[in-house]
Design a binder for this molecule. Structure first.
Ligand SMILES: *[C@@H]1O[C@H](CO)[C@@H](O)[C@H](O)[C@H]1NC(C)=O
Ligand SMILES: *[C@@H]1O[C@H](CO)[C@@H](O)[C@H](O)[C@H]1NC(C)=O
Ligand SMILES: *[C@@H]1O[C@H](CO)[C@@H](O)[C@H](O)[C@H]1NC(C)=O
Length: 553
């Protein structure tokens, strides 16, 4: 057991602050006020600057950011050498009494399998998890800690002292008895958040939302060896004291975008139909310790660990205008906030042709959407972005790809865009103020009427659900390319898969930590969803994705 005095050093300054305020009630009041108004924001702004900061050890001392109970610790020593895998993983995650809700089955996809792995010793001088960290002495929850670590690409999240959250790529301390991790989480009494110098550690599964990084390389997963290795991965070498870093370095040097670890062998190549990375294996199959790095796994002859290097895959980078004027005008229609820009990015990469727009947005032009400046009827672009609805506007097009997205997500995205710019965010004041309810009242019905109009007046409609495109990029994008009347180049599509994010995705760092939708809003939005669902089904199309189909009451 931890000695009683072993109160985490992280907590000590706070106790002092509390003692101080007890003597100075007025200041305590303003402290509370400051906390209430700024608390979450301060955390979100400062909490994770450590992600990019470096420093061999200097950064590890706790430093008080804005003095409001939210602090930044530091990042791991070096940027590279981070992404480790614990190989002594004979312990399988076992659900336990206090397991987080998403472990009880069902649950959102992003949260599946974020398993508790045990209680670990922590040491203020030598942290068990050395990534970024943050503290919240009022509202810490397991979910919040996991969310923040996962979002930054870490493999582990650990909770300590009920209030402290640490992220890391490897666990650098031994485990200990479960009876030592017994403090309740400050923001969720039903879950345990470690103890004094004890961490409740969770392993985070690779989620759709966040890529796991190893320095600048991205972890792609564990894959079975391809049928013909020389064909699939042309460069190969046996490396002494093999580690992830060594293989990534080698493939980066050879200017190839995949670094593949197979025991002592490092292979490099590009994703191709011979090795498409479409069938991911259970990561456990790849858990074979690297010879040169105790906490990393290097796979073996059968199961390969794959990373994507920073080398750009140029097979899908060229873009041009259509060489001959297109005979038909194809719309890329969506409600604002439904991922239109992302879809344009994908279509341009997949087809090699610029997309146009019904509008002109200089910032998009500057980001490389060269078709933005063409008149929408120029006939030089492969499809044309539009948010219009209404009979006349729709009938101006010969065909259309209609993108539909979860209205709950689309409304929030559009609200952020409206009040914060293309990759910005609306402020807390906007969300809490009258702007948000007003916005929902006006825009939610439009979300539905937009789709209904395109289904009704559109001539040749191809519906794409944003969520399905995300889930199954390759085949959905392939369908879109075919719908646009072009031939599918698989290598090109595989290249797109490797760079699907583009540069305009909102970073996601500033998430709301509460649900902005009131029950009344939900009732009316659910109704709209069902209307759209029915309209799709009436046309023999699949209904809306299950993510946002309301559950029958
Ligand atoms: C560490 O974990 C292993 C496997 O779960 C367990 O058997 C062992 O008792 C743990 N160590 C301590 C000190 O509790
Ligand atoms: C792999 O492909 C290459 C090139 O097509 C061929 O020469 C070789 O025989 C193939 N190897 C196997 C094991 O099929
Ligand atoms: C591999 O590791 C061993 C033991 O640590 C060391 O003696 C040897 O020099 C290393 N070889 C290379 C090529 O790094």
């Amino acid at each position: 057991m931890a000695p009683p005095s072993a109160v985490s050093s992280m907590a000590r300054p706070l106790l002092k602050i509390q003692r101080y305020f007890r003597r100075k009630p007025v200041r305590f009041f303003s402290f509370i006020l400051l906390y209430l108004t700024a608390g979450s924001l301060v955390f979100l702004h400062s909490g994770f600057v450590g992600d990019s900061s470096t420093g061999e050890n200097g950064g590890r001392d706790p430093l008080v950011a804005s003095g409001i109970g939210n602090r930044v610790a530091s990042s791991e020593g070096r940027g590279v050498g981070m992404m480790g895998r614990v190989v002594k993983d004979t312990r399988r995650p076992t659900p336990r009494r206090y397991g987080p809700p998403w472990m009880k089955g069902a649950g959102g996809k992003d949260w599946e399998g974020r398993g508790y792995i045990g209680c670990y010793i922590d040491d203020t001088a030598k942290r068990a998890l050395r990534g970024v960290s943050f503290f919240d002495y009022k509202k810490m929850t397991v979910f919040r800690c996991q969310d923040n670590c996962a979002e930054r690409g870490y493999l582990y999240s650990g909770l300590e002292f009920g209030a402290e959250c640490y992220c890391g790529h490897k666990i650098q301390a031994p485990n200990t008895s479960e009876s030592e991790c017994i403090m309740q989480c400050k923001g969720d009494k039903g879950n345990l958040c470690g103890g004094a110098n004890r961490l409740s550690i969770y392993r985070l599964e690779l989620s759709q939302e966040s890529a796991r990084h190893y320095g600048s390389a991205i972890f792609k997963g564990c894959f079975h060896r391809p049928d013909n290795i020389t064909l699939a991965l042309p460069i190969s070498a046996v490396i002494q004291n093999m580690s992830v870093e060594k293989c990534v370095d080698m493939c980066t040097e050879k200017e190839l975008s995949l670094a593949v670890l197979a025991g002592d062998r490092c292979l490099c190549g590009f994703p191709t139909p011979h090795f498409s990375l479409h069938e991911m294996e259970d990561e456990d199959m790849c858990l074979h310790r690297c010879h040169g790095e105790e906490f990393e796994s290097c796979g073996n002859d059968e199961y390969f660990v794959v990373y994507q290097t920073q080398v750009q895959d140029n097979r899908c980078m060229d873009r041009r205008f259509l060489p001959t004027r297109s005979k038909q005008l194809i719309a890329l229609a969506s409600f604002p906030g439904a991922g239109n820009t992302w879809a344009r990015h994908l279509i341009e990469l997949a087809t090699g042709f610029y997309t146009g727009s019904y509008y002109f947005d200089g910032s998009l032009y500057n980001k490389g959407f060269k078709g933005e400046r063409d008149h929408w009827r120029s006939g030089r672009t492969i499809c044309i972005k539009t948010h219009e609805s209404g009979k006349k506007e729709i009938e101006a097009f010969d065909a259309s790809i209609v993108m539909i997205r979860n209205p709950y997500k689309a409304l929030m995205a559009e609200f952020n865009r409206k009040y914060g710019g293309h990759i910005g965010f609306a402020s807390q004041a906007h969300w809490r103020g009258k702007e948000w309810p007003e916005f929902v009242k006006n825009y939610a019905p439009w979300w539905a009427s937009h789709t209904l109009d395109w289904l009704r007046y559109g001539r040749n409609v191809h519906v794409v659900h944003f969520e399905e495109l995300k889930r199954d990029l390759f085949s959905k994008l392939k369908d879109m390319v075919l719908f646009l009347g072009l031939e599918v180049a698989e290598n090109r599509l595989l290249c797109v898969e490797g760079q699907k994010d583009g540069k305009f995705k909102r970073s996601g760092l500033r998430k709301l930590d509460y649900d902005p939708y009131t029950p009344e809003m939900r009732t009316s939005i659910d109704e709209l969803v069902m209307t759209v669902d029915a309209s799709l089904k009436k046309r023999n199309m699949a209904g809306v994705p299950k993510e946002y189909r309301p559950t029958p009451r």
